[in-house]
Design a protein around this ligand. Structure first.
Ligand code: GTP
Ligand code: MG
Length: 370
């Protein structure tokens, strides 16, 4: 049901909260400033003050944001988006760093310049893979919770000396729930105690049947430290991507999802955004979760400024008016007015939900005391 707090209604009418409370009292409604009232009551109050009420529904505000599906002819091939998951210390970041070193582009530019949680690797063959690192895979959970299907493939990293551990199982569950195919990287095979066949057997207990056992899940034995079989892992990912036949329309306004976001001194709010459809350009206005902004700069994983970023590109976006959250949606809108309207609406809605939650909390406390 549509609701609003007395305070918020007062703000929108530019009337004092106290006057609203008095008006409500005359109507027989005893309300405090922070109380939530329903839309019908609110409408009566608005009319009492001689204003005209206009109810804004979700659909009215958000409508301009929803764009139709792309037609088949507009779609072109795009790189796979791969999320690397696994137990703590099994070597996710090491593996990503090792693969990034084989990246022809960063090789030319003189290696790694900065760490971001997502980057794209261009292989010698010309093929590209977008990787998302997940420290504790919090980002992945947030995105999945919001239904943003940003990941095409999960690379499950399992240390061959350690085997399946609690967070390995958790990662498997996330991938299975999101119906995302898994490629298993059995890491640390350089260690004398490495036992890759044990890992394969243990996976069976979690409904992962690897190719060696007649299933369709690929496994690759690798060593991030000794740089063994990294090319085989890349091949396995590309093979899986080929099966998925991934496509997107680059010729439309950009839509994406936030991989990570933070406040940086001197740079303001910065978010790494994974572009999922369309092409994002410097100067464009956007809404992102409850925030909005105008793209001041786009920066890639090598610290280079870009003019634009297309589908499956992870890119740092500067120009936010506030810091968004991992998993937030990112959508380009036509102008600042629309951006302000949507972000303002989402912030109000969020405040109201928060208030209803806390009101419910204090009601429960009250009853406990009785
Ligand atoms: P979290 O992000 O904390 O979950 O860890 P992670 O999975 O990213 O692991 P990380 O890459 O930080 O590696 C953990 C430790 O394992 C480090 O000390 C690495 O040097 C070591 N390590 C990673 N890969 C290998 C490998 O192939 N062989 C050996 N011997 N050690 C490795
Ligand atoms: Mg790590």
């Amino acid at each position: 049901p549509e609701t609003i707090t007395v305070q918020e209604l007062g703000n929108r009418m530019a009337e004092r909260g106290g006057n609203l409370i008095k008006a409500l009292m005359k109507m027989g409604v005893m309300a405090t400033i922070n109380q939530v009232i329903d839309a019908d009551t609110a409408e009566l109050v608005v009319e009492e003050f001689g204003h005209k009420a206009k109810r804004v529904s979700d659909a009215d505000v958000e409508i301009g944001l929803v764009s139709g599906p792309d037609t088949e002819s507009e779609m072109t091939g795009r790189p796979p988006v791969v999320t690397v998951m696994g137990h703590v210390d099994h070597g996710k970041t090491s593996l990503l760093d090792a693969m990034r070193e084989s990246d022809v582009v960063s090789g030319e530019a003189g290696g790694i310049t900065q760490h971001i949680g997502a980057y794209q690797v261009k292989l010698a063959s010309g093929a590209r893979i977008t990787f998302i690192d997940t420290p504790g895979h919090a980002a992945f959970t947030a995105m999945r919770a919001r239904g943003a299907e940003v990941t095409d493939i999960v690379v499950l990293v399992v240390a061959a000396n350690d085997g399946i551990m609690p967070q390995t199982i958790e990662a498997i569950r996330h991938a299975q729930a999101a119906k995302v195919p898994i490629v298993v990287a059995i890491n640390k095979i350089d260690l004398p105690e490495a036992d890759p066949s044990r890992v394969r057997t243990e996976l069976l207990q979690h409904d992962i049947v690897v190719e060696e056992m007649g299933g369709d899940v690929q496994t690759v034995e690798v060593s991030a430290k000794k740089r063994l079989n990294l090319d085989k892992l890349e091949e396995a990912i590309l093979l899986q991507a080929e099966i998925l036949d991934l496509k997107a329309n680059p010729d439309r306004v950009a839509e994406g999802a936030v991989v990570e976001a933070k406040m940086e001194r001197g740079r303001g709010s910065v978010a790494t955004v994974l572009i999922q459809r369309g092409t994002l350009r410097v100067g464009e206005t956007f809404v992102c979760g409850k925030e909005w902004g105008r793209v001041r700069a786009l920066v890639n994983e090598r610290g280079e400024r870009l003019e634009e970023a297309g589908p499956a590109s992870p890119v740092e976006v500067l120009g936010f008016n506030g810091t968004p959250e991992a998993g937030d949606d990112f959508i380009v809108v036509e102008d600042e007015a629309k951006a302000r309207e949507v972000s303002g609406y989402r912030q109000r809605k969020d405040r109201e939900t928060q208030f209803v939650k806390s009101a419910r909390g204090s009601m429960e406390q009250m009853f406990e005391r009785i």
